[in-house]
Structure formats: structure tokens, C-alpha cells
Design a protein around this ligand. Structure first.
Ligand code: NAG
Ligand code: NAG
Ligand code: NAG
Ligand code: NAG
Length: 418
């Protein structure tokens, strides 16, 4: 066949083949069916062989032959990945070949080429291309409020469709409570779905509707804007509620603690159980004689008496036990007293000992002072002795000087000589 094609192409005519596609762009919504038409005009009619091929040419990657039709056998090859989705409708005598794509996807958003091969007719325009644009209707947009809807605040209303091809455009309208259209607030700006509202007030409240639209379809979302005074917003309300709950909790805890204290106090400072029991005892003792007296009037008095005796003996034993117990506690008290007295005496002894030590210290001090005084006295005595010596000397000298001349000063010398 290839050899045949080469031979035929050599003897091609001068007029040439003309292949064309009516439109440069075909639009289709995703999942819809589309027919890409292609026409061809051979140089001469009644060609024994015609081969028509549709090829998909992606922006990136290699061209993929979608389907090939062979005339006159009417054999059609469809590429595996298009099986069931692509078909060709070829009418060679009429010069028509359509590519039919069903349930188109966004992947078919590319160029398609129609290529016609007629042996001996390779001059002229043998192929034509067109662009398939797969459109996606806008999905239902999401309407949201950004910021706090409070008097004096600036807030944004947003509107976004998750998908849409070509990308949708967004517009906002406002309706009042009666659903009657109203103009948007004076300073509002709409920037591709972002509606900015400045210095909002009660007048800004209303019913806001966003329309997301592209060339196939449109979808809407809506929201109710309620602008509140600052004190009434949800945040502060939640804060107040939270505060109240916290205060209540604290109060409950305090009450619980107080109750616990009250319960504990009697256990700590209440009357001990044994004392309470002893207090009850006399009542029982008082009751016993009364019982005996009343029982005497009954016939079965003996048994009753026995019972009362038994009762009495247990009470006696109990009393004795209590007495012994009280004896023991008395003895113990006496022991404690004696011990206290011993401690007191010991303290006394310690005190006396301290006082003795003090006195001894005093005595030592006094003795030291006495020794000092004695030393001083000795000093003074020495000095006195000295002075006396002095005096004696001086008096001798006086005697020597002032003695009447009757006694000659050199008398002892004379005596020595005598
Ligand atoms: C697309 O084509 C298929 C099969 O040819 C058909 O069943 C379906 O209804 C068509 N869809 C539309 C939207 O025409
Ligand atoms: C509103 O949108 C503008 C522009 O994107 C932004 O600067 C501003 O912070 C937004 N305000 C709020 C409250 O989100
Ligand atoms: C906001 O609006 C109030 C009245 O609604 C007006 O008194 C105040 O001046 C406005 N503030 C600004 C910053 O525009
Ligand atoms: C507003 O939106 C709700 C839910 O999104 C919808 O049910 C209702 O029909 C919408 N109202 C208008 C007037 O579009």
C-alpha cells in the first residue's frame, strides 16, 4: 500500500486537494458530546483510495491519532484510549469526515487535526486544525462573611466556586427582608467575588446574593448579614456565658468545701464515743428499778426477775468494768500527776542549780573585786609606807636642822671617840 501511495503521489495533479474545518474553535461543556466537522475536496473525483485521520495534538506531548478511516474498505481504527468515546462519520463522495467525541473531559481541551490522504493527490492543503475548548459550568459557590459584623467594622463577603472553565465571574446583589432588590451599600467594592463593606451599620444588614457565572451556566449562593452593636456580638456573649459558668463553678467548689469542713468538725471536737456511752448508762440504771416494779404486777414474775437479774448482772459487770476502767484512768491520772510533780521538782532543781551557778559566779566576781581592792589597798599601803619613810626622812632632816644648838651635830662622833 505504501509503495502504491508513493507511485500515485508522483503522478499527482496540479489542482490539488483542499481540506478545511469551518471553525477555528469549538466549545463544549464537560460531559457533553461534540462533533468536529472536516471537509475535503479532491483534485479529481472518483479516487480509488482515500485515508482520513483525526489526530489530537496536546499542548505538551506527542500527537495521538484518535481514529483512521480507510476507503473503500470502510475500515476504521480507533485508538485504544478513545474506544467507546470517539467515532468517525465519513462520507467520501460528499467529501465529509466528522469526529464525534462523547462525554468530553478537560483532557480533550486541545487542538485536533484532520488529515486526508489520497494517492496521487498530495498537492494543495491536505490537513486542517481546530481547537476544542472544554467548558466547565461553575460549581455552586460558597458565600462567607470575613470579619466581625459589628457597627463601625469593615467586613468582606466572599463568593467562590470551586471549579469553572473558563473561570467564572462573580456579582453581588442585595435584597431587603421582603426580598425586594436594593442597591449595595454606597462604599461597597466588588473585586472578583470579594465584596468589601466599610463602616457597617444596621443599614448594611440584608440578604446578599452572589451569582457565579461563565459562558455555559450560572450558580448562586446567598447569605443573611445581620450587623449588631459591639456589645451584642457572639464573641462577647460567649465570654459572658463562659465567665458566668466559671463563677458558678468556683461558687460550687466553695460551698462544697464549706460543707466538708462542717462535716469534719464534729469528728474532731465532738464528745468522744465512750463518754457518750457513760452518759447514757445512768438512764439505763434508772430504768431498771422501774422495770422491776412494773414486772411485779405480772404473773410470770420469776422468769422476768431472772431476766432482770441476768440483765442486772451484765449491767453490774459492765459497771465494774467501767469502774475498773475509771480506776485505771484514775491511777493513770495519779501517775501523770506524780510525773508532772516530778517534772516540776526537776524543773525546780534545775532552777536552783542555775541560781546556785549564778550565785557562784557572783561570788567569783565579788572575790575578784575583793582581790582588786586588796591589791589597791596594798598599793596604797606601800605608797603610805613610802610617804612615811619620806616623812621620817624629812623629820630627821628637820630635827637635824632645827634642834637647839645645845646638841652639837657632831656629838655621836664625839661619843665614838669617848
Ligand atoms: C452523547 O452521546 C451518547 C452516545 O452517542 C448519548 O447516549 C448521549 O445521550 C449523548 N449526550 C448528549 C448530552 O447528547
Ligand atoms: C477584606 O479584604 C481586604 C482585601 O483583600 C483585606 O485587606 C482585609 O483585611 C479584609 N478584611 C477582613 C475583615 O477580612
Ligand atoms: C461610620 O458611620 C457612622 C454613622 O453610621 C459615622 O458617624 C462615622 O463617622 C463613620 N466612620 C467612618 C470612619 O467613616
Ligand atoms: C439561599 O440559599 C439557600 C441555601 O443555600 C437556598 O436554599 C435558597 O433557595 C437560597 N435563596 C435564594 C433566594 O436564592
Amino acid at each position: 500500500m505504501f509503495v502504491e501511495f508513493l507511485l500515485l503521489s508522483v503522478v499527482s495533479t496540479a489542482v490539488g486537494l483542499q481540506v478545511s474545518i469551518p471553525k477555528a474553535v469549538y466549545e463544549v461543556a464537560r460531559d457533553d458530546n461534540v462533533t468536529l466537522p472536516c471537509t475535503f475536496k479532491p483534485a479529481k473525483p472518483d479516487n480509488p483510495t482515500v485515508i482520513v485521520t483525526w489526530t489530537a495534538i496536546p499542548d505538551a506531548g506527542n500527537p495521538v491519532p484518535v481514529g483512521t478511516f480507510y476507503y473503500p474498505t470502510n475500515h476504521m481504527d480507533i485508538k485504544k484510549e478513545y474506544t467507546g468515546r470517539a467515532s468517525m462519520k465519513v462520507d467520501v463522495p460528499a467529501g465529509k469526515t466528522d469526529l464525534i467525541l462523547t462525554r468530553v473531559t478537560l483532557q480533550e481541551n486541545m487542538e485536533f487535526e484532520c488529515d486526508v490522504k489520497i494517492p496521487g493527490d498530495d498537492e494543495g492543503v491536505t490537513l486542517a486544525t481546530t481547537n476544542l475548548v472544554v467548558l466547565v459550568a461553575p460549581s455552586k459557590p460558597m458565600c462567607k462573611i470575613q470579619g466581625t459584623a459589628e457597627y463601625g467594622q469593615n467586613i468582606n463577603l466572599t463568593c467562590v466556586s470551586a471549579e469553572g472553565s473558563p473561570p467564572p465571574t462573580y456579582s453581588w446583589q442585595r435584597h431587603n427582608v421582603q426580598n425586594i432588590p436594593q442597591p449595595l451599600p454606597p462604599r461597597a467594592t466588588n473585586n472578583n467575588g470579594l465584596l468589601s463593606l466599610y463602616n457597617v451599620s444596621m443599614d448594611t444588614s440584608g440578604y446578599y446574593i452572589c451569582t457565579s457565572r461563565n459562558k455555559i451556566r450560572s450558580e448562586i449562593c446567598n447569605l443573611t448579614l445581620t450587623v449588631m452593636p459591639p456589645s451584642m456580638n457572639i464573641g462577647s456573649t460567649a465570654g459572658i456565658i463562659g465567665g458566668c459558668v466559671a463563677a458558678l463553678l468556683v461558687l460550687l467548689i466553695v460551698i462544697y468545701c464549706c460543707c466538708c469542713r462542717k462535716k469534719e468538725q464534729p469528728e474532731e471536737y465532738g464528745v468522744p464515743e465512750d463518754v457518750a456511752f457513760q452518759d447514757k448508762e445512768p438512764l439505763e440504771k434508772q430504768g431498771d428499778p422501774r422495770d422491776d416494779r412494773s414486772e411485779r404486777s405480772y404473773d410470770r414474775r420469776d422468769r422476768r426477775d431472772e431476766g432482770s437479774e441476768v440483765n442486772g448482772s451484765t449491767i453490774d459487770r459492765r459497771e465494774r468494768y467501767d469502774d475498773r476502767g475509771s480506776d485505771y484512768s484514775d491511777r493513770r491520772d495519779r501517775y501523770d500527776d506524780r510525773r508532772d510533780r516530778y517534772d516540776d521538782r526537776r524543773d525546780d532543781y534545775d532552777d536552783r542549780r542555775d541560781r546556785y551557778n549564778d550565785r557562784r559566779d557572783d561570788y567569783d566576781d565579788r572575790r575578784e573585786r575583793y582581790d582588786d581592792r586588796r591589791d589597791r589597798y596594798d598599793d596604797r599601803r606601800d605608797r603610805y609606807d613610802d610617804r612615811r619613810d619620806d616623812y621620817d626622812d624629812r623629820s630627821e632632816r628637820y630635827d637635824d636642822r632645827d634642834r637647839p644648838p645645845s646638841v652639837p651635830p657632831n656629838k655621836p662622833q664625839r661619843i665614838d671617840y669617848d
